[in-house]
Design a protein around this ligand. Structure first.
Ligand SMILES: Nc1ncnc2c1ncn2[C@@H]1O[C@H](COP(=O)(O)OP(=O)(O)OP(=O)(O)O)[C@@H](O)[C@H]1O
Ligand SMILES: [Mg+2]
Length: 235
């Protein structure tokens, strides 16, 4: 039996709500993502009551779901430069990891999120323009996603150019299979997702300079993620 790769001795470069992200020790341009403690399929299923807990275990595995979604996208659309390449699964001492492309800026640093730049930049116009380019291309593909989050888009800096990539949120939240929808309906859905994304940009920009009790929870969550990315520079 092949010994699982040791990740527990390493530090993740980032964590999301579900997963910890490590730089692949064998390749700095790949990330290995594992489920965080408390998010294993068993734990998620046990937290539910009947009839929801009757679904098969893989149904509760967010990592496996992303693997299946990225594979499905690749089969249907081929390589999409706006999302990470999928390299497969790797057994680690923290569970099964999915291996995907890690986006880095030209200077070698791991690319930071759109949320980070919108929050930190005094002049976020350039990011907004890059987002418009992303949106236009994304609409051409019309790939299904859940609601797009500003912390699930990263801004890759290459020379003077900023290129936005989507690193999470693939797949379907709805029950009706997206693929069965007509092209027109699919595009309409993707357009709605993109419009909501622009609304999220506006919301962030509107409240970033005025800390207020009304938005405190939202602002604290952003600040926590921004701080994590500031510490990411050593990777
Ligand atoms: N391929 C990548 N390239 C660059 N940075 C990445 C990549 N994948 C993840 N990250 C960073 O790691 C963070 C967490 O990753 P990810 O979104 O995959 O975790 P998650 O737990 O699934 O997130 P969520 O909270 O959205 O469920 C991202 O917000 C981003 O900063
Ligand atoms: Mg995420």
């Amino acid at each position: 039996m092949i010994k699982p790769l040791s990740l527990s001795s390493r530090t993740p470069f980032a964590k999301g709500g579900q997963r910890a992200c490590y730089v692949d020790p064998a390749d700095p341009l790949r990330t290995l993502k594992v489920l965080l403690p408390g998010h294993s399929p068993q734990e998620k299923r046990e937290a539910l009551s009947f009839p929801k807990n009757f679904r098969p275990l893989h149904y509760f595995d967010d990592n496996d779901e992303e693997y299946r979604n990225l594979r499905w996208i690749e089969q249907k659309w081929g390589h999409v430069p706006l999302i990470p390449r999928l390299y497969g699964k790797v057994e680690t001492d923290l569970g099964t990891a999915i291996s995907t492309e890690l986006f880095r800026d030209e200077n070698g640093q791991i690319s930071k999120t759109l949320e980070y730049y919108l929050w930190k930049e005094k002049e976020p116009k350039r990011c907004q323009q890059a987002l418009e380019v992303f949106a236009e291309e994304w609409l051409q593909y019309a790939i299904p996603t859940r609601s797009l989050m500003l912390y699930n888009l990263v801004v890759v800096q290459e020379g003077d150019a900023l290129n936005i990539k989507l690193i999470d949120d693939f797949g379907l939240a709805e029950f009706i299979p997206f693929v069965k929808l007509s092209n027109r309906l699919r595009r309409a859905k993707v357009t709605r997702r993109v419009n909501t994304l622009f609304a999220k940009v506006d919301r962030l920009l509107a409240c970033k300079d005025k800390l207020s009790a009304d938005h405190q929870e939202y602002q604290n969550a952003i600040q926590k993620r921004v701080k994590m990315l500031e510490e990411m520079e050593k990777f």
